[in-house]
Design a protein around this ligand. Structure first.
Ligand code: NAD
Length: 243
Protein backbone atom coordinates (compact mmCIF):
# COMPACT_ATOMS: atom_id res chain seq x y z
CA UNK A 1 0.00 0.00 0.00
CA UNK A 2 1.61 3.28 -1.08
CA UNK A 3 1.42 6.34 1.15
CA UNK A 4 1.94 10.00 0.24
CA UNK A 5 2.11 13.25 2.21
CA UNK A 6 1.05 16.39 0.34
CA UNK A 7 1.77 19.66 2.12
CA UNK A 8 -0.67 22.53 1.62
CA UNK A 9 -3.42 20.19 0.49
CA UNK A 10 -6.36 22.02 2.09
CA UNK A 11 -7.15 23.75 -1.21
CA UNK A 12 -5.89 24.66 -4.67
CA UNK A 13 -3.12 22.71 -6.34
CA UNK A 14 -2.39 20.62 -3.23
CA UNK A 15 -6.00 19.43 -2.96
CA UNK A 16 -5.93 18.40 -6.65
CA UNK A 17 -2.62 16.57 -6.13
CA UNK A 18 -4.12 14.65 -3.18
CA UNK A 19 -7.05 13.55 -5.38
CA UNK A 20 -4.77 12.54 -8.28
CA UNK A 21 -2.53 10.53 -5.95
CA UNK A 22 -5.61 8.79 -4.53
CA UNK A 23 -6.68 7.95 -8.10
CA UNK A 24 -3.18 6.50 -8.60
CA UNK A 25 -3.61 4.25 -5.55
CA UNK A 26 -1.97 6.25 -2.78
CA UNK A 27 -3.30 6.71 0.74
CA UNK A 28 -2.81 10.42 1.36
CA UNK A 29 -1.85 12.52 4.38
CA UNK A 30 -3.31 15.99 3.83
CA UNK A 31 -1.02 18.72 5.14
CA UNK A 32 -2.40 22.15 6.01
CA UNK A 33 -1.48 25.21 8.05
CA UNK A 34 -4.74 26.51 9.53
CA UNK A 35 -7.67 25.56 7.30
CA UNK A 36 -8.94 22.42 9.06
CA UNK A 37 -12.25 22.54 7.13
CA UNK A 38 -10.43 22.65 3.80
CA UNK A 39 -8.20 19.76 4.86
CA UNK A 40 -11.28 17.77 5.94
CA UNK A 41 -12.82 18.32 2.48
CA UNK A 42 -9.63 16.97 0.85
CA UNK A 43 -9.69 13.98 3.22
CA UNK A 44 -13.27 13.32 2.05
CA UNK A 45 -12.18 13.56 -1.60
CA UNK A 46 -9.46 10.94 -0.99
CA UNK A 47 -11.70 8.56 0.94
CA UNK A 48 -14.40 8.94 -1.75
CA UNK A 49 -11.79 7.46 -4.11
CA UNK A 50 -11.46 4.41 -1.87
CA UNK A 51 -8.14 5.33 -0.25
CA UNK A 52 -7.29 6.13 3.37
CA UNK A 53 -6.54 9.72 4.36
CA UNK A 54 -5.61 11.78 7.40
CA UNK A 55 -5.34 15.54 7.95
CA UNK A 56 -2.01 16.64 9.45
CA UNK A 57 -1.80 20.28 10.50
CA UNK A 58 1.15 22.48 11.34
CA UNK A 59 3.18 25.51 10.30
CA UNK A 60 6.00 24.12 8.16
CA UNK A 61 8.09 27.25 8.73
CA UNK A 62 8.63 25.86 12.23
CA UNK A 63 11.13 22.95 12.12
CA UNK A 64 9.49 21.12 15.04
CA UNK A 65 6.01 21.47 13.58
CA UNK A 66 7.25 20.29 10.17
CA UNK A 67 8.79 17.16 11.71
CA UNK A 68 5.61 16.58 13.73
CA UNK A 69 3.55 16.77 10.52
CA UNK A 70 5.64 14.02 8.95
CA UNK A 71 5.47 11.91 12.12
CA UNK A 72 1.68 12.35 12.31
CA UNK A 73 1.33 11.29 8.66
CA UNK A 74 3.42 8.14 9.22
CA UNK A 75 1.59 7.31 12.47
CA UNK A 76 -1.77 7.57 10.72
CA UNK A 77 -1.02 5.88 7.39
CA UNK A 78 2.40 4.21 7.53
CA UNK A 79 5.84 4.93 6.03
CA UNK A 80 5.90 7.55 3.27
CA UNK A 81 6.55 6.44 -0.30
CA UNK A 82 5.94 9.90 -1.74
CA UNK A 83 6.24 13.46 -0.47
CA UNK A 84 4.91 16.49 -2.32
CA UNK A 85 6.34 19.80 -1.12
CA UNK A 86 3.44 21.98 -2.25
CA UNK A 87 2.69 24.43 0.60
CA UNK A 88 3.52 28.02 -0.19
CA UNK A 89 2.54 31.65 0.25
CA UNK A 90 3.04 34.96 -1.55
CA UNK A 91 3.76 38.39 -0.05
CA UNK A 92 4.27 40.41 -3.23
CA UNK A 93 5.75 43.88 -3.52
CA UNK A 94 8.53 45.75 -5.26
CA UNK A 95 11.90 45.16 -3.60
CA UNK A 96 12.45 48.81 -2.65
CA UNK A 97 9.28 48.67 -0.59
CA UNK A 98 9.48 45.06 0.63
CA UNK A 99 9.59 44.70 4.42
CA UNK A 100 11.95 42.33 6.19
CA UNK A 101 8.87 40.46 7.38
CA UNK A 102 7.53 39.90 3.86
CA UNK A 103 10.93 38.70 2.67
CA UNK A 104 11.42 36.40 5.65
CA UNK A 105 7.91 34.95 5.78
CA UNK A 106 8.11 33.74 2.18
CA UNK A 107 11.63 32.33 2.52
CA UNK A 108 10.73 30.67 5.84
CA UNK A 109 7.51 29.09 4.59
CA UNK A 110 8.30 28.23 0.97
CA UNK A 111 11.98 27.31 1.11
CA UNK A 112 12.95 26.53 4.70
CA UNK A 113 9.59 24.84 5.28
CA UNK A 114 10.14 22.54 2.30
CA UNK A 115 13.61 21.74 3.66
CA UNK A 116 12.27 20.92 7.15
CA UNK A 117 9.53 18.63 5.84
CA UNK A 118 11.81 16.88 3.34
CA UNK A 119 14.54 16.33 5.93
CA UNK A 120 12.05 14.77 8.32
CA UNK A 121 10.73 12.41 5.62
CA UNK A 122 14.12 11.48 4.22
CA UNK A 123 15.47 9.24 6.95
CA UNK A 124 12.70 6.67 6.51
CA UNK A 125 12.85 6.79 2.71
CA UNK A 126 16.63 6.25 2.70
CA UNK A 127 16.34 3.40 5.18
CA UNK A 128 13.75 1.71 2.98
CA UNK A 129 15.78 2.62 -0.12
CA UNK A 130 12.68 3.93 -1.88
CA UNK A 131 10.80 7.16 -2.22
CA UNK A 132 9.79 10.00 -4.49
CA UNK A 133 9.90 13.66 -3.50
CA UNK A 134 8.32 16.31 -5.71
CA UNK A 135 8.84 20.01 -5.03
CA UNK A 136 6.28 22.47 -6.37
CA UNK A 137 8.43 25.34 -7.59
CA UNK A 138 7.16 27.96 -10.07
CA UNK A 139 7.85 29.41 -13.50
CA UNK A 140 8.92 32.62 -11.74
CA UNK A 141 11.72 30.71 -9.99
CA UNK A 142 13.15 30.22 -13.49
CA UNK A 143 12.23 33.47 -15.26
CA UNK A 144 12.01 35.91 -12.32
CA UNK A 145 9.08 38.28 -11.86
CA UNK A 146 8.92 41.95 -10.91
CA UNK A 147 7.22 42.27 -7.52
CA UNK A 148 8.18 38.79 -6.35
CA UNK A 149 11.86 38.81 -5.36
CA UNK A 150 11.04 36.88 -2.18
CA UNK A 151 8.84 34.29 -3.90
CA UNK A 152 11.10 33.86 -6.95
CA UNK A 153 14.16 33.46 -4.69
CA UNK A 154 12.39 30.78 -2.67
CA UNK A 155 11.14 28.96 -5.78
CA UNK A 156 14.60 29.09 -7.43
CA UNK A 157 16.00 27.84 -4.13
CA UNK A 158 13.67 24.85 -4.31
CA UNK A 159 15.15 23.98 -7.71
CA UNK A 160 18.68 24.07 -6.29
CA UNK A 161 17.57 22.01 -3.33
CA UNK A 162 15.84 19.47 -5.61
CA UNK A 163 18.92 18.96 -7.77
CA UNK A 164 21.35 18.80 -4.84
CA UNK A 165 19.19 16.36 -2.91
CA UNK A 166 18.70 14.24 -6.03
CA UNK A 167 22.49 13.88 -6.17
CA UNK A 168 22.69 13.04 -2.46
CA UNK A 169 20.07 10.32 -2.31
CA UNK A 170 19.88 8.80 -5.82
CA UNK A 171 22.10 5.89 -4.84
CA UNK A 172 19.71 5.19 -1.94
CA UNK A 173 16.75 4.72 -4.27
CA UNK A 174 15.11 8.07 -3.53
CA UNK A 175 14.10 10.27 -6.49
CA UNK A 176 13.72 14.03 -6.19
CA UNK A 177 12.08 16.15 -8.89
CA UNK A 178 10.34 19.50 -9.22
CA UNK A 179 7.48 20.92 -11.21
CA UNK A 180 7.42 24.56 -12.26
CA UNK A 181 3.79 25.56 -12.82
CA UNK A 182 2.87 28.64 -14.79
CA UNK A 183 -0.19 30.64 -13.78
CA UNK A 184 -2.78 28.32 -12.32
CA UNK A 185 -6.32 29.40 -11.44
CA UNK A 186 -6.43 29.11 -7.62
CA UNK A 187 -7.07 31.38 -4.62
CA UNK A 188 -3.40 32.40 -4.84
CA UNK A 189 -3.89 33.96 -8.29
CA UNK A 190 -7.54 35.02 -7.85
CA UNK A 191 -6.42 38.56 -7.02
CA UNK A 192 -4.62 39.18 -10.31
CA UNK A 193 -6.16 42.12 -12.14
CA UNK A 194 -7.90 41.50 -15.50
CA UNK A 195 -5.11 43.25 -17.43
CA UNK A 196 -2.38 41.12 -15.86
CA UNK A 197 -4.44 37.99 -16.38
CA UNK A 198 -5.09 38.83 -20.05
CA UNK A 199 -1.37 39.53 -20.55
CA UNK A 200 -0.42 36.16 -19.10
CA UNK A 201 -2.98 34.34 -21.23
CA UNK A 202 -1.70 36.18 -24.34
CA UNK A 203 1.90 35.16 -23.52
CA UNK A 204 0.93 31.51 -22.97
CA UNK A 205 0.99 29.45 -26.19
CA UNK A 206 -1.85 27.26 -24.96
CA UNK A 207 -3.88 30.45 -24.44
CA UNK A 208 -5.28 29.92 -20.95
CA UNK A 209 -4.37 29.73 -17.27
CA UNK A 210 -3.67 26.25 -15.98
CA UNK A 211 -5.95 24.28 -13.70
CA UNK A 212 -4.88 22.56 -10.46
CA UNK A 213 -5.54 19.25 -12.24
CA UNK A 214 -3.03 20.19 -14.96
CA UNK A 215 -0.32 20.26 -12.28
CA UNK A 216 -1.67 17.33 -10.26
CA UNK A 217 -1.44 14.84 -13.13
CA UNK A 218 2.25 15.61 -13.68
CA UNK A 219 3.01 15.34 -9.96
CA UNK A 220 1.22 11.98 -9.78
CA UNK A 221 3.26 10.79 -12.77
CA UNK A 222 6.53 11.84 -11.06
CA UNK A 223 5.48 9.85 -7.97
CA UNK A 224 4.65 6.77 -10.05
CA UNK A 225 6.83 3.87 -11.24
CA UNK A 226 6.50 5.30 -14.78
CA UNK A 227 8.97 7.98 -13.67
CA UNK A 228 11.39 5.45 -12.14
CA UNK A 229 14.37 6.78 -14.14
CA UNK A 230 13.67 10.46 -13.53
CA UNK A 231 15.46 12.42 -10.84
CA UNK A 232 16.80 15.96 -10.55
CA UNK A 233 14.44 17.19 -13.27
CA UNK A 234 12.30 20.32 -13.33
CA UNK A 235 9.16 19.80 -15.37
CA UNK A 236 7.54 22.97 -16.71
CA UNK A 237 3.75 22.83 -16.45
CA UNK A 238 3.04 26.26 -17.85
CA UNK A 239 1.26 26.02 -21.20
CA UNK A 240 4.53 26.98 -22.90
CA UNK A 241 4.87 30.32 -21.06
CA UNK A 242 8.54 29.90 -20.17
CA UNK A 243 9.95 28.64 -23.47
P1 NAD B 1 -3.05 28.19 -2.16
O1 NAD B 1 -2.79 29.50 -1.52
O2 NAD B 1 -4.41 27.94 -2.74
O3 NAD B 1 -2.71 27.00 -1.14
C1 NAD B 1 -1.55 27.02 -0.35
C2 NAD B 1 -1.54 25.88 0.63
O4 NAD B 1 -0.34 25.99 1.41
C3 NAD B 1 -2.70 25.87 1.60
O5 NAD B 1 -3.17 24.54 1.73
C4 NAD B 1 -2.08 26.32 2.92
O6 NAD B 1 -2.69 25.73 4.06
C5 NAD B 1 -0.65 25.82 2.78
N1 NAD B 1 0.27 26.60 3.61
C6 NAD B 1 0.51 27.92 3.54
N2 NAD B 1 1.39 28.29 4.50
C7 NAD B 1 1.72 27.16 5.18
C8 NAD B 1 2.58 26.87 6.26
N3 NAD B 1 3.28 27.83 6.88
N4 NAD B 1 2.67 25.60 6.71
C9 NAD B 1 1.97 24.61 6.11
N5 NAD B 1 1.15 24.82 5.06
C10 NAD B 1 1.02 26.07 4.61
O7 NAD B 1 -1.92 28.03 -3.26
P2 NAD B 1 -1.89 27.26 -4.68
O8 NAD B 1 -2.15 28.25 -5.75
O9 NAD B 1 -2.69 26.01 -4.61
O10 NAD B 1 -0.33 26.92 -4.75
C11 NAD B 1 0.22 25.71 -4.27
C12 NAD B 1 1.71 25.72 -4.55
O11 NAD B 1 1.92 25.91 -5.94
C13 NAD B 1 2.46 26.85 -3.83
O12 NAD B 1 3.73 26.40 -3.43
C14 NAD B 1 2.59 27.88 -4.93
O13 NAD B 1 3.69 28.73 -4.69
C15 NAD B 1 2.78 27.01 -6.14
N6 NAD B 1 2.47 27.65 -7.41
C16 NAD B 1 1.24 28.21 -7.62
C17 NAD B 1 0.98 28.81 -8.84
C18 NAD B 1 -0.35 29.44 -9.15
O14 NAD B 1 -0.44 30.11 -10.19
N7 NAD B 1 -1.37 29.26 -8.33
C19 NAD B 1 1.98 28.86 -9.83
C20 NAD B 1 3.21 28.28 -9.57
C21 NAD B 1 3.44 27.68 -8.36
Amino acid sequence: MAVALVTGASRGIGAAIAASLADAGFDVAVGYARDADGAAATVDAVTARGRAAAAVGGDQADPGAAAAMVAAAEDALGPLDALVLNAGITRDGLMMRMSDDDWQAVIDTNLSGAFYVARAALRGMMKRRAGSIVAVSSVVGITGNAGQVNYAAAKAGMVGMTKSLAREVGSRGVRVNAVAPGYIATDMTAGLGDDLRDGIVAATPLGRLGTPQDVAGVVAFLCSPQAAFMTGTVVNVDGGLSM
